[in-house]
Write a protein that binds this ligand. Structure first.
Ligand code: ATP
Ligand code: MG
Length: 566
């Protein structure tokens, strides 16, 4: 895998473009300037991580600068909550825009002046077509459009109408300002695109100063030009808009013409990643907000326990291409596990407990057993865990009738208790329904630390928690939010594919005492079960709540083994 990631890196076509531009003196002062330009109409998702890594990552790599620009052209859908979350999420990923925080709304004055100039030069006009007429006049992919009857309105009248639009004389939808380009263009985006619309909305930044707002396709390229962006990277759906981008950045008087380059969006199986759908999940109450740990939002995966490093590794492995594809969900989880394996503190948690009583162990004794915090990282140190006569072990670690190949505890069989002693089961108790309630065993006092004097080996190792020292907690076992790898493909409605088992809450788990003070942000591995993190909303001192980040293993690991990958 390591090699694949490097190879992809080496063939990244955006880097080739930059290197070529730098080598040929096409970049002023040899400093590239990129930007990450979200519309503040929702929270960022994993797809955006790709764009963030491209824009900030390439600027870093080539000694340039990356701007954060909020493309806030639609006040009806935008909110300061979104702006704040976007900034928090980019910082969490470890990127910094420094002083380069910009807003398209900062340029409303300049955009207005450019629009007026276009009208003066006869290159833009105020149109009164209704939306239905507009559609009719636009033509189709196979038929050219027709000129609006308003296209020949006089310059003076256009100037007057546009000013009146700005002054709030007309209702929404009455007029549009359009560029006079070419209604017969094979590219529909060039058929007299709208430049300004009337909208009576309070803007998060400009308040009620404006009641006309510039369109995205007009604002975005000019904002890039104003900021001296050298390389404007965006996703493939903007390819058809590139002629409109080039038109806008070549308007007389705009000194700097940036170039737009498109790359493929990141899509992941089992995920929906459009802000519209994510907003719907929040609004319908299907999830517990934008940062629900099942959401593919950056705030959701942070709360769930994914690390920023694993996400950067993931987008690095996916690479940058010009062809749309869907990345397998298991690659994402593979990257999460790889990273957490290195950084997570190992702890013992019994999710579905039964009691194990060591009959030959003194009743009032407690020993402190030393355990590694992380065998992958000696610098993580060690901790002491209390061990006593009564322990909890997992229900599945004991069998009355062991199936073939079962190496855990059954009467007569010996296993190792992790970090502690060897024990051999001697009997068990059941309730009236025949469920095991207590398992009895004897321990070998000479096997402390998990090794015996005679060197005999056992095949099973169980984790455990001392009954009198155990901590209780709520544990949220998260699974995929959708049950289909392509939500909505079968019925047309992605909501039909919600996974009814995406969250299972466990209240009976028993945890080692160090977890009483676990903090959100601390990466944990519950040994033999998965990676977990304390929940940032609901976990409280004395009442911990844990989210399952990811299970320990899955099909990707098996596939990897089969393919002989490291
Ligand atoms: P969505 O379609 O999910 O609502 P968007 O394209 O409207 O997202 P923006 O806020 O406009 O979201 O996105 C900011 C930048 O992130 C844009 O340059 C966009 O191309 C890029 N981007 C959005 N989604 C993805 C994705 N899935 N993969 C890579 N880049 C993306
Ligand atoms: Mg967009």
């Amino acid at each position: 895998m390591e090699e694949t990631a490097k190879e992809l890196e080496a063939t990244n076509f955006l880097e080739k473009i930059i290197e070529d531009d730098l080598a040929n003196g096409r970049v002023p002062d040899g400093k590239i300037i990129t930007r990450f330009p979200p519309e503040p109409n929702g929270y960022l998702h994993i797809g955006h991580i790709k764009s963030i890594c491209i824009n900030f990552g390439l600027a870093q790599k080539y000694g340039g600068t990356c701007h954060l620009r909020l493309d806030d052209t639609n006040p009806a859908k935008e909110d300061v909550e979104y702006i704040d979350s976007i900034k928090r999420d980019i910082k969490w990923l470890g990127f910094d825009w420094g002083k380069h925080e910009y807003y398209a709304s900062d340029y409303y004055g300049q955009l207005y002046d450019i629009a007026v100039k276009l009208i003066r030069e006869g290159k833009a006009y105020v149109d009164s077509l209704t939306p239905e007429q507009m559609k009719e006049y636009r033509g189709s992919l196979t038929e050219p459009g027709r000129n609006s009857p308003d296209r020949d309105r006089s310059i003076d009248e256009n100037l007057r109408l546009f000013e009146e639009m700005r002054n709030g004389v007309y209702p929404e939808g009455k007029y549009l300002l359009r560029a006079k380009l070419d209604m017969a263009s094979p590219n529909i985006n060039m058929r007299d695109p709208a430049l300004y619309r009337i909208k009576y909305e309070t803007h998060p930044r400009t308040g009620d100063k404006w009641c006309i707002y510039p369109m995205y396709d007009f604002t975005h390229p000019i904002s890039d030009a104003i900021e001296n962006i050298t390389h404007s990277f965006c996703t493939l759906e903007f390819e058809d808009h590139r002629p409109a981008y080039d038109w806008a950045t070549s308007i007389d008087g705009i000194e700097h013409a940036p170039h737009q380059y498109e790359f493929a969006r990141l899509n992941i199986s089992y995920f929906v990643m459009s802000k519209r759908k994510l907003l719907q999940l929040v609004k319908l109450g299907i999830v517990d907000g934008w940062d629900d740990p099942r959401m593919p939002t950056i705030s959701g995966i942070r709360r769930r326990g994914y690390s920023p490093e694993s996400m950067k590794d993931f987008v690095g492995r996916v690479g940058v291409a010009k062809v749309e594809s869907v990345v397998d969900y298991s690659l994402l989880e593979f990257c999460v596990r790889e990273d957490l394996n290195k950084r997570a503190r190992r702890v013992m948690v019994v999710l579905d407990p039964i009691k194990l009583v060591i009959d030959n162990y003194p009743a009032d004794k407690t020993e402190m057993i030393e355990a590694d915090n992380n065998p992958e990282d000696p610098s993580a140190g060690k901790r002491l865990i209390p061990f006593s006569k009564e322990l909890y072990i997992e229900r599945e670690d004991f069998a009355i009738d062991p199936p073939k190949g079962y190496h855990r505890l059954y009467v007569g069989n010996e296993i190792r208790l992790k970090h502690a002693y060897y024990v051999t089961a001697s009997g068990y108790e059941t309730d009236s329904e025949g469920n095991v309630t207590v398992v009895h065993c004897n321990y070998d006092p000479e096997s402390r630390g998990g090794t015996t004097l005679d060197g005999r080996k056992v095949k099973g190792t169980s984790h455990w928690v001392s009954v009198k020292d155990a901590v209780s907690a709520e544990i949220r076992q998260y699974d995929k939010l959708f049950a289909s790898d392509n939500p909505g493909a079968a019925t047309g409605n992605y909501l039909d594919d919600l996974n009814p088992d995406s969250l299972t809450v466990l209240n009976g788990a028993k945890l080692e005492p160090s977890l009483l003070s676990a903090k959100p942000g601390e990466y944990l591995q519950f040994m033999r079960s998965g990676y977990y993190m304390a929940d940032s909303h609901d976990s409280k001192e004395g009442h911990p709540v844990f989210n399952r980040t990811v299970t320990l293993k899955d099909s990707w690991d098996k596939m990897k083994q089969k393919m002989g990958l490291k």
